[in-house]
Design a binder for this molecule. Sequence first.
Ligand SMILES: Nc1nc2c(c(=O)[nH]1)N[C@H]1C(S)=C(S)[C@@H](COP(=O)(O)O)O[C@H]1N2
Ligand SMILES: [Mo]
Length: 313
Amino acid sequence: MPTIPRLPSSEITPESAWLDRRRFLAAAGVAGAGLLGAGALGRLAAAPQPQRPLGTPYGLQPGDEPTSYEDVTTYNNFYEFGTSKDDPAVEAQGFRTRPWTVRVDGLCAKPGNYQLEDFLKPSRIEDRIYRMRCVEAWSMVIPWRGIPLADVVARAQPTSQAKFVELTTLLDPQRMPGQRYDVLDWPYVEGLRLDEAKHPLTLLATGVYGRDLPPQNGAPLRLVIPWKYGFKGVKSIVRIRFVERMPRTTWAAAIPSEYGFYANVNPQVDHPRWSQATERRIGNFRRIPTLPFNGYADQVASMYAGMDLRRNY
Ligand SMILES: Nc1nc2c(c(=O)[nH]1)N[C@H]1C(S)=C(S)[C@@H](COP(=O)(O)O)O[C@H]1N2
Ligand SMILES: [Mo]
């Protein structure tokens, strides 16, 4: 049974809205809603009408159901807050995400420093359910909330020289205790080719399950690319930079023999130490086959036409 997250009183409204959606799904007979226990159902009895559904499903396969809120927010990778899956939910508690500045710069006509609210304001915030897969061969189905990265690219107006986008996590060992250890080269950096950044499936996420992101999931702003391994989804982003050369990304630089720049989900290219042919779905522990591009091949495979995907992993 998922536990309902404890919330400060300022967040009571979003929380009840989330519960309302679960109730809406239960009423609609949607699989997965029955996960709520008796105590939670008691609380739902007096709940008002739902404000919105969980989100629009993108590329879900038969049998895919949203992973529980509890699993999404307690089974995390975020080395800035510890290297165990259960560290970030504990160690990131209280991480301050306001005020938050996002710097857009590099090869673009409209660079700028934005307060998070101003950065998000021009865009339409969307709720989308995506499949997600980690290079460690586990996967989840997550109802994200966010804006298309394409929006940010269009506003910045990259020059014709710009070929890649580099996205960087906050560097602040005071607030991110994991950065006091040399486990990775801080700050965490990720990157996309410009066409990947402009692809309509690429999101800058601000929330999960219709609520603001909890810190362990990369608050207040993180990248979500459903056809790539999870480490591409850089968290707590403070800088978005347009560059000509392929960015030096954290995991590809740390262990180049195991992690590449593209990191497209590919069941045919094994990690040097384990198979990528299958994955374990968090929550039900079923082992399921991994799909090329994580099930999004129809939408994204054409971007890699002519590339040797065994070499460009
Ligand atoms: N800054 C930063 N971003 C990060 C990581 C990290 O350690 N630091 N881990 C990555 C990895 S390996 C994964 S699988 C996803 C996990 O995202 P989630 O915890 O929201 O599921 O975040 C990615 N983004
Ligand atoms: Mo990962």
